[in-house]
Ligand binder design. Structure first.
Ligand code: HEC
Ligand code: HEC
Length: 384
């Protein structure tokens, strides 16, 4: 990145005055690189749309707006969202098209070499009359005014960019647009600490991430009856096809195991985290931290993991509670498998000698449910 940003900053003022924009690249070399684009793009006199749009005047153009070309919705939306093709945005797009415009129909993996990108942009810009546009940061006044906010240099008026381009001001890592695609394109803003806190709520099995708080089984029962029982049943036995929240002990090796918090889940932290994050269904994040402690305590009670209605679950005793199935979850040990251990390459083609032959059909394997009469539910394939 630093490679092109420096010349861009140093010459921004100059470029405004001239018409042929060449940025920092080598036009002749860029013409060669364009050989990778000609299958889909034309540029220059009489250029027409092919698989991709004609690229005359692409520099300075809002993405997805060449007249008469049928863009993907993704490209049109990127343009409407403020994406304008200039040196930095073209640079990012040509390096990894699908990273910059997710869903673009330009099926091109991207140019790997920095120089190729710089050069092809230089070449394209000789067919563009526009001055290099400043990337307009949408609603700049709304951006948080933090000291380290990595505002893209390109978003600043040319005079400012020029003034900042004093020789000792080599761009630092922080000033480079690597903070994210958004910063790079002058889109979005940094999340506030409050927004991060609201999002960063995961709880780990060892209790890390638990909020302060507490709640008893009895308190949890009252909340449960009001907010959960309609779907999960009075005792966690579930209504209709909603998940069962209790029972199922000893069924894990049965044909149709009943996997519940008590019979299957390895860690209580998942219960806390899940209820806090996602329940009650349709009204997520409406429970207080204490409510969730109380509900988690009550779910332990419904699963016979605690028997006292006065039992209080809190941040302090949370990690001491162990669910019965924990030991049956093992660490991923696949690195111990032979082909990882001896570092041999896994076989990827023609691994079985001889010709491939169909040995069994899904219906025979009982994977595909048999069709049944209208009145009956499908037979089910025995996969849970
Ligand atoms: C396999 C075909 C293909 C190749 C190769 C290809 N492109 Fe594209 N390009 C497209 C298509 C299709 C679009 C329209 C994308 C969309 O609508 O999502 C596009 C869009 C673009 C755009 C956005 C144009 C606009 O008006 O918004 C630019 C810039 C671009 N290509 C440059 C290049 C360059 C430079 C190369 C060579 C390094 C290249 N492309 C290689 C198919 C291709
Ligand atoms: C409107 C119906 C509804 C209400 C009310 C509701 N849930 Fe749920 N609950 C669901 C559904 C549906 C799922 C499965 C969601 C999924 O798999 O995406 C679920 C899943 C769960 C699970 C995970 C179960 C498992 O084994 O995967 C827990 C725990 C849970 N709910 C607890 C609660 C608690 C506690 C409350 C009350 C605060 C509550 N739910 C209120 C419908 C509801």
């Amino acid at each position: 990145m630093s490679k092109f940003r420096k010349p861009l900053l140093l010459t921004a003022g100059l470029l405004l005055a001239s018409t042929a924009i060449v940025f920092g690249g080598d036009v002749a070399a860029g013409k060669k690189v364009f050989g990778k684009c000609v299958a889909c793009h034309m540029v220059g006199e009489n250029a027409k749309h092919k698989v991709g749009p004609a690229l005359n005047d692409v520099v300075g153009r809002q993405a997805g707006t060449a007249e008469g070309y049928n863009y993907s919705p993704a490209m049109k939306n990127a343009g409407l969202g403020g994406l304008v093709w200039d040196d930095p945005t073209l640079h990012a797009y040509l390096a990894k098209p699908k990273d910059i415009v997710k869903g673009t129909k330009m099926t091109f993996a991207g140019l790997k070499k920095e120089d190729d990108i710089t050069d092809v942009i230089a070449y394209l810009s000789t067919f563009s009359q526009a001055a290099p546009p400043a990337v307009e940061a949408p609603k700049a006044e709304e951006a948080p005014k933090t000291e380290e906010s990595a505002a893209p240099e390109a978003a600043k008026p040319a005079e400012v960019a020029e003034a900042e381009a004093a020789p000792e001001q080599t761009p630092t890592a922080a000033s480079l647009p690597t903070a994210g695609v958004g910063a790079h394109l002058g889109l979005g803003r940094e999340a506030t600490p409050e927004e991060i806190a609201a999002w960063d709520i995961d709880v780990r099995p060892d209790g890390l991430g638990l909020p302060e708080g507490r709640g008893t089984v009895a308190e949890g029962m009252a909340i449960y009856d009001e907010k959960c029982a309609a779907c999960h049943g009075d005792f966690g036995e579930a209504v209709g096809r909603r998940p069962v929240l209790a029972g199922g002990h000893g069924t894990l090796q049965a044909d149709r195991p009943e996997k519940t918090i008590g019979s299957f889940w390895p860690y209580l932290s998942t219960v806390y985290d899940y209820v806090r994050r996602a329940m009650p269904f349709g009204d997520a994040r409406s429970l207080s931290d204490d409510d969730v402690y109380a509900l988690t305590a009550y779910l332990l009670y419904l699963n016979d993991e605690v028997t006292d209605e006065d039992f209080e679950l809190s941040k302090d005793n949370f990690a001491s509670i162990r669910l019965p199935n924990e030991a049956n979850f093992i660490d991923d040990d696949r690195l111990q498998e032979p082909h990882y251990l001896d570092k041999s390459e896994p076989c990827m083609s023609n691994c079985v000698p001889g010709k491939a032959a169909i040995k069994m059909h899904a219906a025979v394997l009982d994977v595909t449910p048999q069709a049944s009469g209208d009145d009956k539910e499908p037979a089910g394939g025995g996969i849970d």
